[in-house]
Ligand binder design. Structure first.
Ligand code: XIL
Length: 474
């Protein structure tokens, strides 16, 4: 083992001794076991070079719809695990998938997605509880009283099964009509229970899993129009009357007939101003090349410009598995190659491609070979693990220009806390989960030179690597 860990006082010590000191600082001699020390040096992951890591740089998630039957395909699983930090089951949680027969629940396909996501420390969006589509015939056939019972039972059973595992639920999906009427869409729920079915569903949902965010989700509501204004009016009324609602999802399925609206950001903002989070929940944009890339970049920029836009989910990974495959609307081609749209999204999120070479001046072949542009990269390595925790190390490397300061964001996983940080100074955000680390003495780096900082994490059952996101240099 050749890695040296240096302390804030600048002395170097062997990782075993540093580990033992850190572990003792956890206060439990029982945790210290030399035989329990494992050095993980091969798990370095360049920071800010994936969609999820780049989004985490601003406290957001970047997710994708996932189909359980593709999880066994290695390109699919690798791309999912590398690029995304949130998932939405594409069909597996819909009513017909989980309760095709009344009161007989089948969660196996949805469970496989949720357990995969949990093992990778990804958020899960639950989709969807009450929707007119992919609804079994037995539900449509019920009379009002029975339908109400069935709706509340469905919400209760599904949310109970996933209680504590879901970041946000699409409680009600697509309850409004397209066009200028602003009316509710005809459906078994609307037609038999009236407008009140929506708030009843939200109230039931809140009582079952109070920790999950409860969203209303729809399409053609992405810009300011009659349909989105009808949803806006409903959400405003819910907030005024204390009906539980935490978020609004904007599906954002775009093509030439339904382009990205010019007032997309303004529309997200007006909903956020009602006191709810907004999320882009099913993003796909038909097209190719630069035009598609520009549209994708604009959608991401709109979300980032709205403080309460908490995350973006694209509706699939490679084009071949899209529900609109002929429109090639996704970020990866059929061989999991990154499309121009991918690069536009990563760039808009503040990330950088190229796995460690982030200096925009290199490789460009222009007259300025990169001098003057101050950049850095941050690379995470788990250096020691033990029962209950681990030490992480982040190597900060200057690009092709010398720098005098750097700043790196580290986002802890659910349940994790740190008990010490060395060779860096920390500032924590209000959630207590995101630390911005700046140099303690080691800010000045020559071009191409590196330094590192380290920290001890108490895992509290979650041994996933913290997310290290974009390095900024000055
Ligand atoms: C789509 C799925 O992608 C398809 O596989 C399925 O056949 C139909 O549903 N709005 C929604 C999503 O809320 O659930 C839909 O997903 C796309 C439109």
């Amino acid at each position: 083992m050749t890695i040296n860990v240096s302390d804030a006082d600048g002395r170097h010590r062997s990782p075993f001794r540093a580990f033992a000191r850190r572990a003792l600082a956890l206060g439990g001699a029982g945790l210290v076991s030399v035989t329990g020390v494992v050095a993980l040096s091969g798990s370095a992951q360049a920071a800010g070079t994936t969609l999820g890591a780049a989004a985490a740089g601003s406290g957001r998630y970047f997710g994708t719809a996932v189909a359980a039957n593709h999880l066994g395909e290695s390109g699919y699983a690798t791309t999912l695990d590398t690029e995304f930090n949130a998932v939405t089951p594409e069909n597996e949680m819909k009513w017909d998938a989980v309760e095709g027969t009344r009161n007989t629940f089948n969660f196996s396909n949805a469970d496989s997605i949720v357990s995969h996501a949990q093992s990778k420390n990804m958020k899960v969006r639950g989709h969807t509880l009450v929707w007119h589509s992919q609804l079994p015939g037995w539900v449509s056939g019920l009379a009002a009283t029975d339908l109400r019972t069935a709706m509340n039972n469905h919400i209760t059973q599904v949310m109970t099964h996933y209680k504590g595992k879901i970041y946000a639920w699409d409680v009600v999906n697509e309850a409004f009509q397209d066009g200028s009427s602003g009316a509710r869409r005809s459906s078994p729920f609307q037609d038999k229970l009236g407008d009140g079915f929506i708030e009843e569903a939200f109230k039931t949902a809140r009582s079952v899993d109070p920790a999950a965010k409860l969203c209303y989700n729809d399409y053609n509501t992405d810009g300011v129009n009659a349909k989105s204004t009808a949803v806006y009016t409903m959400v405003k009324d819910f907030k005024a009357r204390g009906v539980p609602i935490d978020c609004v999802g904007f599906q954002s399925h775009f093509n030439s007939n339904s382009p990205v609206p010019s007032d997309y950001q303004a529309n997200l903002q007006r909903f956020a101003d009602l006191g709810v989070d907004v999320q882009i929940t099913e993003l796909d944009i038909e097209g190719s090349g630069t035009a598609q890339a520009t549209n994708y970049g604009n959608v991401v920029k709109a979300c980032l410009a709205v403080t309460r836009c908490t995350g973006i989910t694209v509706w699939g990974i490679p084009d071949k598995y899209s529900w609109r495959a002929s429109g090639t609307p996704l970020l990866f081609d059929d061989n999991y190659g990154k499309k121009a749209a991918y690069t536009a999204v990563l760039t808009a999120l503040g990330g950088t491609s190229g796995g460690g070479t982030t200096d925009p001046g290199t490789g460009g072949g222009g007259t300025d070979p990169g001098t003057g542009t101050k950049t850095c990269t941050a690379t995470y390595t788990a250096t020691q693990t033990w029962q209950g925790g681990f030490n992480g190390q982040v190597t900060v490397k200057a690009g092709s220009a010398a720098i005098t300061a750097w700043s790196v964001k580290v986002t802890l996983g659910a349940g994790q806390t740190t008990t010490g940080v060395w060779n860096g100074t920390t500032a924590w955000d209000s959630t207590g989960k995101v630390m911005t680390v700046t140099p303690s003495y080691n800010g000045s780096l020559a071009a191409g030179a590196s330094t590192s900082f380290g920290f001890t994490v108490q895992a509290n059952g979650n041994t996933a690597a913290p997310t290290v996101s974009v390095c900024t240099a000055s």
